[in-house]
Design a protein around this ligand. Structure first.
Ligand code: NAP
Length: 467
């Protein structure tokens, strides 16, 4: 193939969540880089977990889309929604149309616990519940027996566990004006959940949630947060270890201590924060009835980090529903290297590797959770994406010339030839305005469309209306 430096660098970003948008932003801001960016998403709607993951009662967090809208308004940006890598386009297609590919595909699955009963009816992953209440098309048809459940166990002590606990106990009227899916609001209105038990396998000092999120639970109307003082007493190892931890971990411990002193309000829905308890089995007949938990203690690993160790003391907890909030995990994509052990795309500072410690796959990069695993807040993805983009720019600068590619419209032609009904930026903007208008008419921030068919139908109608 001929080589040329006479045209802009062409980059495909797969995924349109925060890490994708920060990567596009960093590319646009790169010094002296003449670049065009095409962003692909398998859904007709952009923004990944900001739309499908951030809780509906956390609208302030969603304001980050203003930053993404600014990126989208750059004339060098194009959006291709409803295009699935591996179904509508292959990695080979992207290689044939772009100089560089960035995988910003996030972590689309959940970690498994590997204990008996994980597949029992009524044992769900929190990621499913989060996708469901957020109206994500993949999860809209799921059912959770909220109408009959009284007591729910949530496994894990991270911010997802806290989100799930809060949505389960919050007054539905407070959720009504948000962008929560209509079916989820109806199900939560009919919910009989009284008790939520959050199960942390380590102690209060090692809790992964943020103090702000914990405090928000404590501040909920008509909700009591119950903490057993004995379970939050710090052992010697934790007390010493906590000294070297960020302020947020210390703050969690302080808030929990305060909560342990408050008597529960009679009649209120209750969240029990349990510590040093690890589920070892989910049990029941046709559906979940009990979680067997083993009490634990903390022992230092080789790096001095407190890790949980079973004490052989067990307890059975009667529950009607379980949500496992033990972390997200990546999903392998055809043609893209994937590390099964780590659940991420193997990479060296964002450069994709054939395998862990393997050779670099030229011109392919990764950002966000697909790069580093499911850690950090939305903002963490900005420096992360900048780092990868710095590697991309280094590689381009090293090459300076690159293969000739078909014209910029070739990808559009390819998709059209294949009958892929892709959604462009204008379509998305109209759909976005439509959802907001529909919501405003019903006193909601937004009325989300929750099926791809529905979205495409509205996109077609709105397109017809302006042509
Ligand atoms: P996370 O923060 O990694 O928390 C996972 C929790 O699951 C930890 O408490 C972990 O305990 C526990 N766990 C893991 N394996 C377990 C097992 N086999 N048995 C029992 N417990 C187990 O993950 P996340 O809650 O899914 O959140 C993902 C990321 O998104 C985090 O960075 C989070 O802060 C962020 N997020 C932020 C917000 C927000 O800002 N509002 C909301 C949602 C998510 P160990 O610590 O002992 O491993």
């Amino acid at each position: 193939m001929a080589k040329s430096a006479q045209r802009p660098l062409r980059v495909a970003i797969v995924g349109s969540g925060p890490s994708a948008m920060y990567a596009a932003e960093a590319l646009f801001k790169a010094d002296g880089l003449d670049v065009r960016v095409d962003v692909f998403d398998r859904l007709p709607t952009p923004y990944g977990l900001v739309r499908g993951g951030v809780a509906p009662d956390h609208q302030k967090i969603k304001n980050v889309v203003r930053v993404y809208e600014k990126v989208e308004s750059d004339p060098r940006y194009r959006f291709f929604g409803n295009v699935t890598l591996g179904r509508d386009v292959s990695v080979a297609d992207l290689r044939a149309h772009y100089d560089q590919i960035v995988y910003a595909v996030g972590n689309e699955s959940d970690r498994k616990m590997g204990i008996p009963g994980e597949d029992l009816d009524g044992v769900h992953s929190a990621t499913d519940f989060v996708g469901w209440y957020n109206g994500h098309p993949d999860y809209r048809d799921l059912e959770f027996k909220l109408a009959t459940a009284q007591r729910v166990a949530i496994v894990g002590n991270g911010n997802v566990a806290v989100d799930v606990a809060r949505i389960l106990v919050r007054q539905p009227d407070e959720l009504a004006p948000t962008d929560i899916a209509d079916y989820a609001l109806s199900a939560l209105r009919a919910s009989s959940v009284k008790d939520v038990v959050m199960l942390g396998r380590r102690g209060p000092a090692q809790a992964a949630f943020s103090p702000k999120e914990l405090q928000e639970l404590a501040d909920l109307d008509a909700v009591s947060v119950v903490v057993d003082p004995a379970e939050i007493e710090l052992d010697e190892l934790s007390a010493e270890w906590l000294e070297s931890q960020p302020r947020s971990s210390k703050r969690n411990v302080e808030i929990l201590k305060d909560l342990a002193e408050v008597a529960p309000t009679a009649g209120a829905r209750t969240i029990h924060c349990r510590f040093l308890v690890s589920p070892v089995e989910f049990a029941g007949g046709s559906g979940i009835e009990r979680v067997r938990i083993e009490h634990g203690e903390l022992v230092a690993d080789d790096r001095g980090t407190p890790r949980p160790k079973g004490t052989g003391k067990f307890e059975d907890l009667d529950v009607d529903l379980v949500f496992k909030a033990v972390g997200y995990r990546g999903v392998a994509i055809d043609g893209v290297p994937f590390d099964e052990g780590w659940g991420v795309i193997p990479n060296d500072e964002g450069r994709v590797l054939e395998r862990r410690d393997g050779d670099v796959v030229p011109n392919e990069y990764v950002v966000g959770w697909a790069k580093r695993g499911p850690t950090g807040l939305i903002g963490t993805n900005s420096p992360d994406a900048k780092d990868t983009v710095a590697r991309m720019v280094e590689d381009v600068t090293a090459t300076r010339v690159w293969d000739d590619l078909p014209g910029e419209d070739a990808i559009t032609d390819l998709l059209t030839r294949r009958g892929v009904e892709f959604v462009n930026l204008e379509d998305w903007r109209r759909l976005d305005a439509f959802e907001q208008e529909q919501g405003a008419q019903r006193g909601k921030i937004r009325a989300k469309l929750t099926s791809v068919e529905e979205m495409l139908k509205v996109v077609r109608e709105l397109r017809a209306a302006v042509s």
